[in-house]
Each structure stands twice: as C-alpha cells, then as structure tokens.
Design a protein around this ligand. Structure first.
Ligand SMILES: [Zn+2]
Length: 293
C-alpha cells in the first residue's frame, strides 16, 4: 500500500507515463570522444532511436490519443531537429537531459556550463524553457538541484525516495520529484553496450517487459504512479514495441488510468498542494554537506 496516495483527475486509479530518453548516439560521443565519430556500430545503434523508433512510437501514441514525455540531450535536439519537430507537432513534452549525456558526477563543479548550453538549444529549437529534467545516468547532485531551481524547473525525474511524486525543498526554493527506479527502466533487461561498460544479458521481449507490467499491477492496486523510463533504441525496437502497444491497448480498454506527460502530472500535484487538498511528502535538501564517516 501507499501511505499518502494522490487523488488523480476523474478519480482515475493510477497516473501513468511512458517516458522516453532519446539519447541517440550521444552516448558513444561522450564515452569515446577521441574516435567516436568513426565507430559506426554504436552510432547506428543510437541513430535507430530518432530515425526508426520514434516515428513508430509516435504512431502508437496518435492511435491511442496519448501525450507523453521525451527527455532529450541538447546535442541530440540540434542533431535530430526533424525528429524533435515531429514530437512537438504531436503535442508531447520535451524535457532537459543534459547537453551530450555527460554524467553530472564526472563533470561536477561545471554543471552550469553544460545545463545552460542545453537550455540555449532548447529555447532555439523547442522554444521556451523545459519544465522537467532527467539527469543522464540519474546522477543528480546538489549542484544540479540548485541550478534547476534557479532556472525555474518544476520537476526532476531521476531520484528514488518514494513510489509516487514528492517534493524537495532547499533554502532557495522547491522542486517536485517524479521518481524513477531500476525496475521500470529498460537498461537492465535490454542494454548491451560494451563501449560504455554495460553488457547486460539481453532478455527476450516478453521476459524483459514482464517486470514492468508487474510494477504496473502493484501501482494500480495501490492507486499510485506508474512510469516507464525507456529508450527508443531499446524498447522502440520492433518486437518489444509491438508488445508495449498490445499492453497499452488492453490497459486503456480495461483499466481506469490517467496517461499524461510528466509536466501535467506534476502540475496536478502542485495544484492540489496549493489548494490545500493534498500534502506531498517533502524531503529537505541537501541531504548531507560533507562525507559521512
Ligand atoms: Zn539518457
């Protein structure tokens, strides 16, 4: 059970979001900057996302009338502006996902430069400012939280302190967290990428997705929040996406769910909070300011 369930619009049982991180080939360029340009296998594995998988995913969303969220590094926004345009034309949300998928831990102390570089691409190509952020490899630091609050972000979606959306407060302001976890991420079942240090045993489509559906069943029963964190070049592959599409069709027909982009789910929770109808659990940050011994 969930201690503090959120009342969802129209009394829906569960809020749902399938969120895609469109990393494309940024992963190989940040991992092997000296010679990535001539590593055609990982380039093509990544490019499959914006060129083949995203159009397929968008077609499914159009068929079911869904609007969802995509997190895209600034470099990919520039490189794949045509795909970004298609995502925007269909009314989906695009969130911030770093510049070229740099890990905020390995670029610590320098985050302003990377985050603001991506914000410039965002305003030029997407337009305006993103409301949401997801850290590359989930590696949020306090420096990142402070920059997100400074740039008026409404939410982060990289951290794991609850099953449902919660709030983080610092002396500078607040940020909502749309929490992730590894059980609803497609990296463990499907990523096989020696160049960046992941050699997961690739699971068959239904075996790899089965854990996601069990996570949904538990969230649905508890009146919670079900979110997938998936990648076009992994879950957007033909056989896997076919099963996701079948699951969507069945779920929309038989369950009382609210599919929405994360920005709408966050805005709903914030509106309930401001009107006094709901009080989210709140974490005070920073958690620590020095090494713990
Ligand atoms: Zn990513």
């Amino acid at each position: 059970m969930i201690q503090n369930p959120i009342p969802w619009p129209n009394c829906a049982k569960c809020a749902c979001a399938i969120t895609f991180d469109m990393d494309a080939d940024s992963l190989i360029h940040i991992a092997k900057p000296k010679d990535s340009y001539d590593r055609l296998y990982p380039i093509t594995m990544g490019k499959y996302g914006p060129t083949v998988a995203v159009p397929r995913i968008l077609e499914t969303y159009r068929k079911f009338g869904l609007k969802q969220s995509f997190f895209i590094p600034g470099w990919c926004i520039e490189q794949y502006a045509g795909t970004v345009d298609r995502i925007l034309k269909d009314g989906h949300e695009i969130g911030h996902h770093g510049w070229i998928h740099e890990d905020p831990i390995s670029t610590a102390g320098n985050q302003r430069e990377w985050i603001e570089k991506a914000l410039t691409s965002y305003s030029k190509i997407v337009g305006g400012k993103p409301r949401g952020y997801r850290a590359p490899v989930y590696n949020v630091t306090q420096e990142v939280i402070d920059l997100l609050i400074e740039h008026d972000f409404k939410y982060d979606s990289s951290l794991m302190a609850d099953d449902i959306p919660y709030r983080m407060q610092t002396t500078a302001g607040e940020l909502y967290e749309m929490p992730v976890h590894w059980g609803t991420d497609d990296w463990p079942p499907f990523a096989h990428y020696d160049e960046i240090g992941y050699m997961m045993p690739v699971r068959g489509p239904s075996a790899g997705l089965q854990g996601f559906w069990e996570e949904f069943d538990a969230q649905y029963e508890a009146g919670g929040f079900f979110m997938l964190i998936v990648h076009p070049f992994l879950t957007g592959r033909l056989a896997r996406w076919r099963l996701v599409e079948q699951w969507l069709e069945k779920t929309l027909e038989t369950k009382d769910v609210w599919f929405a982009p994360l920005e709408e789910i966050q805005a709903h929770v914030e509106a309930l909070t401001k009107s006094g109808k709901y009080t989210p659990r709140t974490d005070q940050l920073p958690y620590y300011t020095q090494p713990q011994k």
